[in-house]
Design a protein around this ligand. Sequence first.
Ligand code: ZN
Length: 244
Amino acid sequence: MSDDRTRAVERVKDEVCALHAELLRWGLVAWTSGNVSARVVGADGADDLMVIKPSGLAYSELTPQSMVVCDLDGKVLEGDLSPSSDTAAHAYVYRHRPDVGGVVHTHSPYATAWATAGEAIPCAITAMGDEFGDDIPVGPFALIGDDSIGQGIVATLDGHRSPAVLMRQHGVFTIGKDAKAAVKAAVMCEDVARTVHLARQLGQVERLQQHYVDRLYDRYQNVYGQDGAAAAATPATTSEGESA
Ligand SMILES: [Zn+2]
């Protein structure tokens, strides 16, 4: 590996290791479940790689050095430990979605409850319109061990705005332009799964009308935050602003 390539891989290992702490911090994982991966973009014609959590290691034991480097077929290139048992699913997503730079998997309880019931989370709150731009869809049931989970993720999210999919009777997979964005989607997915579930206990939940969903999504994706603040020139007291 060239020096630049080595530095890029080390940077991604640091990032992926640090992001695992976010899964714990937001209560998305139990014991050793859950994983984050990131793509290492291959410069100068080199193949892309991925960095992923090792299998079965406690979160408190994760270090940048313990992260596993694989090619996009899931073959280990660097690392003393076996990669996460979900590596094939992550690798499949990277191979079929060149726009994806990060993938996260959790069994976070509220979102996984919706997955277990086999029901999409209806886009019923503004925060969902912002981040997901649609209902959070349910993907097929698939067993670990081959490409079927990856296929289910890619097929379900194809042409869908949502960066999260509820894999039936399993858990959540999220994608993002980078690993941090995928972690954010996993955190937000659990948050809205809980809120919509709680709302259901109070009564009927109505999906937002599509034109509102479209407006929320467009604004949040294009003008929300510091980069778009000047363009938006919207007071911070809108419903979207409250979610900041
Ligand atoms: Zn799982």
